[in-house]
Design a binder for this molecule. Sequence first.
Ligand SMILES: COc1ccc(C(=O)/C=C\Nc2cc(OC)c(C(=O)O)cc2Cl)cc1
Length: 313
Amino acid sequence: VSQQRSESYIQLNQYRLMEEIGQGSYGIVKLAYNEEDKNLYALKVLDKMKLLKNFACFRQPPPRRNKENAAPSVLKNPLQLVQKEIAILKKLSHPNVVKLVEVLDDPNDNYLYMVFEFVEKGSILEIPTDKPLDEDTAWSYFRDTLCGLEYLHYQKIVHRDIKPSNLLLSDIGQVKVSHPKPTINHLPSLQIADFGVSCEFEGIDAFLSGTAGTPAFMAPEALTEGANHFYSGRAQDIWSLGITLYAFVIGTVPFVDNYIIALHKKIKNDPIIFPEAPVLSEALQDLILGMLKKDPGHRLMLHEVKVHTWVTR
Ligand SMILES: COc1ccc(C(=O)/C=C\Nc2cc(OC)c(C(=O)O)cc2Cl)cc1
């Protein structure tokens, strides 16, 4: 990756970096102009050391050395796991999932650059907002998000951080779900490498533990103590989608508290309250309550959400 700093901008290969257009726990996103195809892209800058720190803290002790299971090669270079994860994301292709175009990874550079398609209008909604979406707009955005999430689950990928700021709006009003962050599966059986770091799962579901994502959007079962307590990644995504739909039409999330322990308690115990205004249709309230059942066993599953009267109306 040839990087020369000229008078006013950074050039990475054929990409000329421009202003910062997004940021989050993951890092920052810059607008980038591709001088070859004359198109704009969104370039996500990831700090490799930060990525390693995330993985290092989850790394299991190296297995005892003996001939059949010598320490996995990945111990030497955990970044290979990130590359494995990213290789999964590169394969994704769906109108409601942000397209990963290419990855610029120079071994000598501290940063990893993920080049995404430019989604012109950015995040759908920053919450809290006093201008929530009307039901028709929420309906359209929700359906697109549902299709994107269904595609990820079909590809055996759980998102684990569904929320309005991770949903991008194109100039023709289409919603695209951003990619899941590299997650850590603790379950040896589900680990794709010796140290699973992927949101990719085998079998019917990802059995996750630990918490990744945004507290206000986390499902109750993800907050229950007990290290050996595993929960369904799919059901967790449905919960976050329910919180997201509530935020679309109300403008705030249902559970708020500055103190994280109190927030966890509310998520686990408090009922969903709909404010006096705005007034929501019975069908919408029913859908939201169905997606926010505290018990994942009673929570609507994706295929049930798809056929709910509010979605098919
Ligand atoms: C006002 O105009 C604007 C147009 C586009 C943007 C924008 O793109 C912002 C974030 N973008 C992204 C974030 C991602 O993760 C969180 C991922 C991912 O990891 O999948 C991909 C992209 Cl592109 C912002 C403002």
